[in-house]
Design a protein around this ligand. Structure first.
Ligand code: GLN
Length: 387
């Protein structure tokens, strides 16, 4: 029998998705894989029911249905003031997962280097490797998860083709300041590098922090491939709707990559999502308020554990420092927390390039009831472990 290709040999299975299976097996409260356990807005579900009964059962235009791109362009312009042209600046994709893969393939030639901050969302290294590119890692130093400008400058000296920026950041919850973004922008300009900006948590930011879209920085539109998603903003992770937004020259290439990868995102779902893209400002204010309440509720339990953590500034993850519990490593700690109907998180080491195994990542995109149950379970389990 022939052997499968070497390309995927080095890949380990996604630890995030593995922990969802562990949670199911043990009947644990799943605060591992980041997705909501509440429904999207009722208006959106109604729009989907209408779309399904309508004439949307065949392929849409490969780079996105016209009305979807038009609504998306208007929504982006509303929030960023960038004059986004739906014909030339957007490709709709099957979630931001495809958007990142397309962005990486569009930006990098085989053999190119790509800067990735660590800790990082696990797909970036896989995207680089599948594109034949080689990641160079630059640490974000806890507890503030800031980069050392000298370390970043040294990475740029290695002639990378692109840098991946996840802002707001999964898993650290960091929101990059304008000053930090301008430092990255200056280096990108100096070394002629693309920035692949994963901004899927753009609307989940906690005051007083604000999210600054990288493409809005002076001179950055031309070198930014923004990867966006409707998943988190509208609680529709299963709809798999994302997009790449970039300069026309870049998008002309990205359209081809996307076309040959997936042809297109699901037509009826794009049709329904137009309704979400028309939501007014109140929707986004409510979203911020709801996530702020979830964050405060869950962090309240974490404070009672007495274990250290850094308050997330955006996104919906938190890294809990379990070092003092005395487990051999974070995987042992995460499995112990999940077993027998406990609470499931993701071992933090799966997000770090460096040898860091003192964190378990929890997410709080859950109903308050689920967060209370998860929080109580965490407290009662930890009370059984002497430190
Ligand atoms: N983005 C989510 C997380 O980091 C879900 C990832 C996934 O499984 N696609 O947990």
């Amino acid at each position: 029998m022939p052997l499968p290709a070497r390309r995927l040999e080095g890949f380990t299975e996604s630890v995030i998705r593995k922990m969802t299976r562990v949670a199911q097996h043990h009947g644990a409260t799943n605060l591992a894989q980041g997705f909501p356990d509440f429904d999207p807005p009722a208006e959106l579900v109604e729009a989907l029911a209408r779309a399904i009964r309508g004439p949307h059962h065949q392929y849409s235009i490969t780079w996105g249905a016209k009305n979807f791109r038009e609504a998306l362009a208007r929504k982006i312009t509303r929030f960023t003031r960038l004059p986004i042209d739906p014909e030339h600046h957007l490709v709709a994709t099957c979630g931001s997962t495809e958007a990142m893969m397309v962005a990486m393939m569009t930006a990098c030639n085989p053999g190119d280097k790509v800067i990735v901050f660590s800790p990082f969302y696990e797909n970036y290294a896989a995207d680089a490797i599948l594109s034949g590119a080689e990641p160079i890692y630059v640490p974000l130093h806890p507890p503030g998860f800031a980069f050392d400008p000298a370390e970043l400058a040294r990475a740029f000296e290695q002639k990378p083709k692109a840098l991946v920026l996840c802002n707001p950041s999964n898993p650290s919850g960091k929101v990059f300041t304008r000053e930090e973004l301008l430092q990255i922008a200056a280096l990108a300009e100096k070394h002629d590098v693309f920035v692949l900006a994963d901004e899927v948590y753009e609307h989940i930011v906690y005051a007083p922090h604000i999210h600054i879209p990288f493409a809005t920085l002076p001179g950055m539109f031309e070198r930014t491939l923004t990867c966006g998603s409707l998943s988190k903003t509208y609680a529709i992770t299963g709809w798999r709707l994302g997009y790449v937004q970039a300069h026309k020259t870049v998008i002309d290439s990205a359209k081809k990559g996307h076309d040959f990868l997936t042809v297109g995102a699901a037509a009826p779902l794009q049709e329904a999502a137009v309704t979400a893209l028309h939501f007014g400002d109140a929707y986004y204010a409510d979203l911020q308020a709801a996530y702020t309440a979830k964050r405060d509720l869950f962090l309240g339990y974490l404070r009672q554990t007495g274990l250290p953590f850094t308050e997330p500034e955006g996104a919906y993850y938190v890294l809990l420092d379990i070092d003092s519990l005395g487990f051999p490593d974070d995987t042992a700690a995460a499995l112990w927390l999940a077993e027998d109907g406990g609470v499931a998180g993701v071992p933090g080491s799966s997000f770090f390039r460096e040898k860091v195994d003192r964190y378990v990542r929890f997410h709080f995109a859950k109903q308050e009831e689920t967060l209370r149950i998860g929080g109580e379970k965490l407290l009662s389990r930890l009370s059984k472990r002497s430190r």
